[in-house]
Ligand binder design. Structure first.
Ligand code: NPW
Ligand code: K
Length: 506
């Protein structure tokens, strides 16, 4: 089972508020202290990372809540480094949260060189025309409760038009912490300082475009207060890589059966097989309709071929079922079924009967997903197997009558679907989402749009299947396949500005 470190737990707005609240109530670290840690850690990172930028004057846009309070802490630290501050209070200063009020008083006490100016409304500010080295967005954090109101909309629009860098405190103002949707308007930050946890919305919908780079700032929150988080950020810093045991007999270091290909679609089977083979498996056994054998004999020399049926067969049908089950019954191994199978009626019957009788762990991709979805909801995974389904958005949509309209809906659907069916689901798209049978979901944080080309799904399915055959758990296999693709993408983009092709990810 994947086990994300607390720095990679994704928080919703309500979980963020609960963690704040419980830390204050149950471990007696007060809100003022939390605010000091949040603001000072953002300030220190800013001072360190931009020390050569020659900053002289910052603009701080503050709401009346604790997000504004964090921002006043940043202003105080930067003032100590001779960076003048102009503060704009979008909702005035009469109604600041108690901790923000305290910080406003403190900030004024620190201004011994008269470097602080402030305006009590957005309208009062627009009359000035100073140049600023940077803008800090401290208007709204996790307290956002609707589309932006009042002058917040104008302030966000104005900040987005400026050429200076914009740094968001905790979350860009106007971005929904749970869904990644824009609530009327949203700050487009160059960098976001995430206090105490990444917010789920950073990685859904337009979240990545609004946050810019995300910097995690640790707060003194007990880890167990975050443990009800059920969504995690995937990255290579913590996902364990699969281990190969070189020198073992080929059948001891992972066997993968691939049931794939039909007339005109043999390329999919080949890509999946090559992709899996590149991961160092002991043996790959491609089961194919006998009529296609001669193609694979030429193109896949390292792969064992087991043809079924007669020479005129160019797609799978029910008549092949007993033979296929007999082949995979011989040696332990995992099964990848789907790439290029085709959608003939006979193939659909073959696939669904195979899946109901097969006792090997199975990776179900492409046309096998099509076949499964033809049964509507009338299918169940046999108890003693593990299944991984790898649908792209269109394929995922066939498993539900309800529209999976946005990423938040997709995340919710994937979570419910995986646990109802007791399967692992890798929902392809941006972000990629891994749903697990026990509930946790994992999100990618890189540009997966590069993978939206025909053939990449076959490569991905081959990788996942290889890792399952090497003994990794389903969730780890999916995570590793995604991260392996990311690494290949990163190294490809270093040398080329062309769009990568499936072969580049093998
Ligand atoms: N101790 C802690 O808890 C810690 C919290 N921390 C920090 O605090 C942040 C959360 O602070 P928060 O809860 O005070 O909410 P926050 O986002 O600042 O503002 C809420 C106010 O905004 C208003 N408002 C709401 N929606 C609006 C809209 N659409 N358009 C316009 N206005 C709107 C609404 O006022 P209303 O208009 O309803 O009177 C409400 O009062 C969190 O993100 C982190 O930065 C860290 O320092 C760590 C310790
Ligand atoms: K903010």
């Amino acid at each position: 089972m994947l086990q994300a470190p607390p720095s990679h737990y994704l928080l919703t707005a309500s979980l963020s508020q609960e963690v704040d609240h419980r830390t204050i109530e149950e471990v007696d670290i007060d809100g003022f202290t939390l605010m000091e840690v949040a603001g000072s850690s953002a300030a220190k990172k800013l001072l360190k990372d931009y020390k050569h930028a020659g900053w002289s004057h910052g603009l701080y846009l503050c709401g009346k809540g604790n997000n504004g309070g964090d921002t006043l802490v940043v202003a105080r630290y930067l003032l100590q480094h001779d960076i003048a501050a102009t503060i704009v209070f979008l909702s005035g200063t009469d109604d600041l949260s108690p901790d923000a009020q305290k910080n406003w008083e403190l900030l004024q006490q620190f201004d011994d060189q008269d470097q602080l100016q402030h305006h009590k409304s957005w309208e009062a500010f627009t009359e000035t025309d100073l140049e600023y080295s940077f803008i800090i967005d401290g208007m709204l954090g996790t307290g956002l409760d609707s589309d932006l109101r009042g002058s917040y909309t104008s302030a966000v629009q104005w900040a987005n038009e400026q050429s200076t860098s914009v740094f968001a405190m905790d979350i860009p103002t106007g971005l929904h912490a749970d869904t990644g949707q824009i609530m009327g308007e949203s700050i487009q930050a160059d960098r976001t300082f995430a206090f105490g946890g990444h917010k789920q919305g950073f990685y859904l919908e337009v979240g990545p475009a609004q946050t810019g780079d995300v910097t995690y700032c640790e707060l003194p929150f007990p880890n167990q207060f975050k443990s009800s988080s059920n969504t995690f950020l995937l990255d290579e810093s913590w996902v364990p890589r699969p281990t190969l045991q070189p020198g073992q007999h080929k059948y001891a270091s992972g066997v993968l059966y691939i049931i794939a290909g039909s007339e005109g679609l043999t390329g999919a089977a080949q890509l999946a097989a090559r992709s899996a083979w590149a991961e160092g498996l002991g043996a790959i056994i491609l089961i194919c309709p006998r009529g296609l054998l001669s193609i694979y004999e030429q193109t896949l020399p390292s792969i064992i071929k087991k043809p079924v049926g007669s020479k005129s067969d160019e797609h799978f049908t029910r008549q092949h079922l007993a033979n296929v089950l007999e082949i995979i019954g011989k040696k332990e191994g995992a099964v990848l079924i789907g790439p290029g199978l085709g959608r003939q009626e006979g193939t659909i019957q073959f696939t669904n009967e195979f899946l109901s009788q097969n006792t090997r762990d199975a990776i179900i991709d492409a046309d096998a997903l099509w076949a499964l979805a033809q049964q509507k909801d009338g299918w169940r995974k046999p108890d003693n197997t593990q299944w991984i389904l790898t649908p792209h958005p269109g394929e995922l949509g066939r498993f539900t009558d309800q529209a999976v309209a946005d990423d938040y809906n997709r995340l919710t659907f994937v979570r419910n679907f995986s646990s109802d069916k007791q399967i692992t689901v890798l929902s392809k798209g941006m972000p990629g989402i891994i749903g697990t049978s026990s509930g946790p979901c994992y999100l990618t944080n890189y540009n997966t749009r590069y993978f939206a080309r025909a053939g990449n799904g076959d490569v991905l399915a081959g990788k996942i299947a290889a890792y399952v055959a090497l003994g990794q758990e389903p969730d780890q296999s999916c995570a590793n396949a995604l991260l392996q693709g990311k690494q290949k993408l990163d190294s490809y983009l270093q040398d080329s500005s062309d769009l990568p092709e499936p072969k580049d990810f093998i």
